[in-house]
Design a protein around this ligand. Structure first.
Ligand code: PA5
Length: 464
């Protein structure tokens, strides 16, 4: 994987915008301090996700588990939210053929279908449970804390559905939990009922957990090469050990994005893959960048209200939607493209007699070629308009390249935490909303919270 970053720099743009090259020198000089901070926090156990490139035993255990149960089920139902769902969606989107669930058994090589429920929208859940045969499903309930209201509510609904169809004893054989090794309600339920349970490593937070059993188990169940994912991740970690900023792509991505935000006011960070199969990866990145870097206070406790706003886009589709804004709107964005050198499959645009020349020029090219040409053209056009952008080039979509890309973004987020001076691993900002929900839903111990239902937080002004 390569990071093309020239078009972040003023001398490759319109001369007026972008990062002046001497500023890159500044970043290079400051990088040893950032690297030292990351290394020291790693030693203290904060950056646990670095270890996920070296987990041969876990991978083998997951593979055994998946192979053992694989034959018995033809549908995997994943319940989770946030970091417990987005990564799995990204893996399935990237590494299983499009419309996986619509393929017949042979086309799926007899691997199961998969449904990932990441919300408590009753319409989606009711529809999924009507569609899935409870006799043939493995339900993987994923929650690191084991106490997330949405996931537990999903579980209770799905558990009642299983119990009713199969009886409570048989239902247990259709469940696998992925949760903390010893803490939390899910672990307690697993212990009490003898439900199979895999561990989320203690030092790895939700949005950094796709390369733990959180993402690896569902991935293995549907036939994704999880060894490949992990070896790609290992390659990214090795590159991230480089002490020179320019030889360390994840650190460079973080430094350039921080500089664009802090020095040039480019606070909107767009990730725009030119591949339908990376659409969900962009959604995963949005959570990673937003929840890790959007913070009220810095590491020293000073109020800073800092953090870039990540945004997902899809090429070429969003050339006809968002690119107008990127080209001519405020200079507040950095766009990162992802381009595949080789598409898993390519399609030749056929020739046809008598076409007008505005159509005929397309003949004989391929769709993959058109997609990549459009990516480069959009990047060049943005540069001409003084718009900072970079491109991540992947050789193609394989378990290795996707593992490397995922770990690249996790590493970049870890480095960015150090540049922004914030803790990228907590999310205190989501706590208040959770407490208000608990109060409104009658959870013991939360009655005193001003709940939306009791009027404390309800908007008084209504327009209809
Ligand atoms: O990144 C995070 O920590 C969060 O997005 C969590 O993944 C999300 O809140 C779900 O938490 P849990 O896995 O504990 O159910």
């Amino acid at each position: 994987m390569k990071l093309l970053y020239g078009r972040m720099l003023a001398d490759k743009l319109d001369g007026e915008h972008g990062l002046p090259r001497p500023r890159l020198q500044d970043l290079m000089q400051r990088f040893p301090g950032v690297l030292a901070e990351v290394r020291s926090r790693r030693r203290e156990g904060e950056y646990g996700f670095y270890e996920l490139g070296e987990q041969a035993e876990t991978v083998a255990a997951i593979r055994r588990f998946a192979e053992g149960v694989g034959q018995a089920y033809d549908h995997v139902l994943v319940l989770g939210i946030g970091g417990s769902a987005l990564g799995t969606k990204a893996l399935v989107n990237a590494l299983r053929p499009p419309a996986w669930n619509e393929l017949d058994d042979e086309a799926r090589e007899f691997y199961p279908r998969i449904t990932i429920l990441e919300n408590v929208d009753p319409t989606s859940i009711a529809a999924a449970l009507r569609r899935i045969d409870p006799r043939r499903v493995l339900v993987n309930v994923i929650s690191k804390s084991g106490g997330t209201a949405e996931t537990l509510a999903q579980y209770l609904v799905v558990r009642a559905w299983l119990d009713q169809a199969l009886g409570p004893d048989a239902a247990v054989r259709h469940l696998a939990f992925t949760t903390d090794r010893s803490k939390g309600p899910l672990r307690e339920l697993a212990n009490r009922e003898g439900i199979a349970a895999l561990e989320v490593p203690a030092g790895v937070g939700g949005r950094f957990s796709v390369l733990t059993p959180v993402g690896l188990l569902p991935a293995a169940l549907v036939g994704i090469d999880i060894d490949g994912l992990v070896s790609g991740a290992r390659r990214a970690v090795q590159k991230a050990e480089h002490e020179s900023l320019l030889a360390n792509p994840a650190a460079l991505y973080a430094a350039l994005h921080w500089a664009a935000d802090a020095w040039l006011g480019a606070k909107i960070h767009v990730l725009m893959p030119y591949s339908d199969r990376l659409r969900e990866l962009a959604a995963w990145y949005v959570q990673l960048w937003a929840e890790s870097l959007g913070k009220r206070t810095d590491r020293r406790g000073s109020v800073v209200h800092t953090g870039p706003t990540p945004q997902g886009a899809l090429g070429a589709t969003d050339q006809h939607s968002q690119v107008q804004l990127f080209m001519e709107g405020p200079y507040d964005k950095v766009v990162t493209f992802v381009r595949l050198e080789h598409h898993t499959e390519d399609v030749v645009i056929p020739s046809r007699e008598g076409l007008p020349e505005e159509v005929a020029y397309l003949q004989g090219h391929t769709l993959g070629e058109l997609l990549n040409v459009e990516q480069e053209a959009t990047s060049a056009a943005l540069a001409k308009m003084g718009r900072m952008n970079g491109t991540l080039v992947l050789p193609g979509l394989s378990a290795e390249s996707v593992g490397e890309l995922i770990m690249f973004f996790q590493l970049a987020t870890g480095f960015a935490g150090a540049w922004y001076g914030v803790n990228p691993f907590d999310q205190p900002g989501v706590e208040l909303g959770k407490r208000l929900t608990f109060a409104a839903m009658g959870r013991p111990g939360f009655a005193k919270e001003a709940s939306p239902r009791s009027g404390g937080g309800a908007p008084a002004d209504i327009a209809e």
